[in-house]
Design a protein around this ligand. Sequence first.
Ligand SMILES: NC(=O)c1ccc[n+]([C@@H]2O[C@H](COP(=O)([O-])OP(=O)(O)OC[C@H]3O[C@@H](n4cnc5c(N)ncnc54)[C@H](OP(=O)(O)O)[C@@H]3O)[C@@H](O)[C@H]2O)c1
Length: 320
Amino acid sequence: MKAAVYYETGGPQVFKYEDVPDPSCGPRDIVIDIKAISIEGGDVLNRAGGPMPAVPHIVGYDAAGVICQVGEKVTNRHIGQRVTTLSPFGSHAEKRALAAITSWIIPDKVSFEEAACVPVTFGTAHDCLFEFGRLKAGETVLIQAGAGGVGMAAIQLAKRAGARVLATASSDKRLERLKAYGLDVGINYAEKDLVSEVRRLTENQGVDLAVDGVGGKVLQKSIEAARSRGRIITFGQAGRGSWRIDVSGLALGNKTLTGVYLGAEIATERAQKMIGQLLMDIAAGIIQVPIDRKFLLSRAAEAHAYIESRQAVGRVLLIP
Ligand SMILES: NC(=O)c1ccc[n+]([C@@H]2O[C@H](COP(=O)([O-])OP(=O)(O)OC[C@H]3O[C@@H](n4cnc5c(N)ncnc54)[C@H](OP(=O)(O)O)[C@@H]3O)[C@@H](O)[C@H]2O)c1
């Protein structure tokens, strides 16, 4: 099969489009013919400097496709089914093998492109807001990097739950695009001070919940922007800065900082059902999957460079 591989981490130019051996199917695995790959924020960070369990390495969490092989111990999947999948790596290829437990049947009305974006992007947003963020109707939530993949999913899910939704992005143009997905008030952090803006918008109280996938100095501001007894969720490091922060503001405001990692929950029945339900909600048209642009798999380097240019609003896909 063909795959976008790399031999060392670095800029998008490390990708090579090469022939590699087809993946083999373990007893509890399925193999899929990939039809659409969602490039996750974590894929970009992993390519830039993440772990490489094998050389050459095939990066990538999420891909959707058609099952072409089923392991002997798998009883609930069969050849020909349309599934979307999540695995720690292997999405940037024509085929992937993975544990059947991290595959979900795609409802008829959902395309491969839409389904590819669901497990990590929407699953993480849902866990940040509800399972760990305990968001309730009537509360105010701040979503950092609202124009990112997880950010756009979180905006929709928070709005649907009856929250007032504030979100940040690096330009007014990006914020404008988020209104269609449920954004109430956008904050252009390149031009305005985030903490003063949040205070102005919340009668000086701060937000009930801040969801932060940027980390570093931005996470520090998320802590400051939360109200007394507020909750802050940290789930990522899109800003590529240090993980170190000053936690003194937590105690002074009786605030709670919680880390969220979907991978640690993915094999639970709860997470399995949650992602299955998100797919059903997309089929019913209750939530939308914003797709910015598609590239051929052979152009993986261009696609990653486009994401790093921070122009994308919604997911960028690769098509084998
Ligand atoms: N814990 C988990 O289970 C989990 C799951 C999914 C993702 N993640 C992590 O969460 C983070 C966000 O993921 P994502 O998929 O939403 O990412 P994404 O789609 O690539 O979006 C990231 C956003 O971050 C903003 N940003 C701020 N500083 C940046 C910088 N220095 N470089 C690039 N972008 C910057 C950009 O928006 P502006 O230009 O508007 O600021 C960009 O749209 C990543 O670190 C990812 O690894 C963790």
